[in-house]
Design a protein around this ligand. Structure first.
Ligand SMILES: Cc1cc2nc3c(=O)[nH]c(=O)nc-3n(C[C@H](O)[C@H](O)[C@H](O)COP(=O)(O)O)c2cc1C
Length: 162
């Protein structure tokens, strides 16, 4: 089987940690979605990040991505992100606008503080109608920080990927 790719966007590191766990368990490659203008990862400055994220959301912004991600080289692509304002960060729209996922398998996962996936797995299906979107894994931030090996393992087994 061809290697899978795990792509993630993360500011506080929780989605990153989950992405690393998935990549380890899958023997997959790992890549970060890097914004051109980086976000402040200091959690003491949460209010400023919340304000910026809300502005981006309300203006339907498409924050630019700095790096190229070789989507075409993979058949199965895990895509992970935090919940921001009840949906995914707007840079995920940039990502899905930019790459063609026709014929690919997308496996979403996300971290959150109560919103679950907030309907984002359905949004991905709408944005990528020619891809197969598998059942995703929403992880509460505190659980994801404590360690998520078991939850990831159970999920991958259920999906028949492990
Ligand atoms: C700007 C912002 C908006 C957020 N909005 C939500 C939300 O609507 N629902 C929710 O459950 N969590 C929300 N959160 C909490 C994040 O989902 C949580 O901090 C996230 O899991 C952190 O992921 P990361 O460590 O990978 O950056 C928000 C956090 C930030 C910074």
């Amino acid at each position: 089987m061809k290697k899978a790719l795990v792509v993630y966007f993360s500011v506080y590191g929780t989605a990153k940690k989950t992405a690393e766990e998935i990549a380890t368990q899958m023997g997959a490659d790992l890549m970060e979605i890097e914004p051109v203008v980086s976000y402040d990862s200091n959690q003491d400055h949460y209010n400023a990040l919340a304000k910026l994220a809300k502005q981006e959301h309300d203006s339907n912004a498409r924050p630019a991505i700095k790096n190229e991600i070789p989507i075409a080289d993979y058949d199965t692509i895990f895509v992970g992100y935090p919940m921001w304002w009840y949906t995914f960060p707007m840079i995920l729209y940039t990502f899905f606008d930019k790459y063609d996922f026709s014929g690919k398998i997308i496996v979403p996962f996300n971290t959150h503080m109560g919103s679950g996936d907030g309907g984002t797995y359905r949004t991905i299906k709408e944005l990528e109608p020619n891809a197969t979107v598998l059942v995703g894994l929403p992880l509460e931030m505190s659980d994801a920080e404590r360690g998520n090996a078991k939850a990831v393992s159970r999920w991958l087994e259920k999906l028949g990927l492990k």
